[in-house]
Design a protein around this ligand. Structure first.
Ligand SMILES: Cc1cc2nc3c(=O)[nH]c(=O)nc-3n(C[C@H](O)[C@H](O)[C@H](O)COP(=O)(O)O)c2cc1C
Length: 220
């Protein structure tokens, strides 16, 4: 059964046999390299962990400088993950420039980390529409009000913008802004990490070469 791992449990583990710890990776199927990620997110959700799909997203600008920030991984299938954002934000410009991304998810309560590398492309509009329209009305209005990553004179200004759109769309469906969208990341590398006692952590990296996936175990 899945358990929250606390540091004190790790300390207590020093009395136990290192071979007693079951591998987390026996079910990895190279036909479905992202399945374990989907399972881990679901298990984090089921345990009530805050923001179970929060991930760090690193992008690279035209000059080769890396930038990173958190986003919510709101899409996953058997070959790609995805997130939503402002298409005029810094992260979007960096993706349009170089496409490569690197992401990390971490659930400290479960001792699990996943690292993902891939190539990002703009998400089809039908997926964006469906997600945007599922959001709470205030989140939709906030997306209209934010010129994400550009200079904002004051919070008052942001609130004015919010109220402007609140009035403009009162008693109407809030349309999806043309400047708001998402990106899918076609994954070519995914590493699963599971923290174990004595720092004998377990790592498996799955890599795609042409259309075939391979699996390699790495020293922690
Ligand atoms: C937990 C968390 C989740 C976030 N999720 C998103 C998200 O899904 N999309 C988004 O555009 N920004 C999200 N943000 C804000 C971004 O981290 C970032 O501040 C913003 O997108 C501007 O980034 P940029 O200037 O690099 O484009 C999130 C922040 C946090 C702390």
């Amino acid at each position: 059964m899945l358990q929250i791992i606390t540091p004190s449990q790790y300390a207590m583990a020093s009395t136990q046999n290192i071979d007693d710890y079951e591998s987390q990776f026996t079910t990895i199927d190279l036909e479905q390299p992202l399945q374990l990620l989907a399972n881990w997110v679901q298990e984090a959700k089921d345990l009530g962990i805050a923001e179970p799909d929060a991930m760090n997203l690193a992008t690279v600008d035209r000059d080769g400088n890396p930038h990173n920030r958190m986003v919510l991984m709101r899409h996953i299938n058997d070959r790609e993950i995805g997130f939503f954002t402002n298409l005029e934000s810094n992260k979007a410009s960096e993706i349009f420039a170089t496409q490569r991304t690197s992401s990390t998810l971490w659930w400290p309560q479960l001792g699990r980390q996943v690292r993902i590398e891939g190539t990002a492309t703009e998400m089809p509009r039908d997926m964006v529409e469906e997600y945007y329209q599922s959001r709470p009305r205030n989140s939709k209005l906030a997306a209209w009000a934010s010129k994400q990553s550009t200079e904002l004179a004051s919070m008052e200004r942001l609130h004015q913008e919010f109220r402007k759109y609140e009035a403009e769309f009162s008693n109407k469906k809030v349309p999806t802004p043309i400047f708001w969208g998402g990106f899918t990341i076609l994954v070519d590398k995914i590493e699963y990490w599971y923290g174990k006692p004595f720092r004998l952590h377990e790592r498996i990296i799955l890599s795609k070469h042409k259309n075939n996936w391979s699996k390699t175990r790495l020293y922690p």
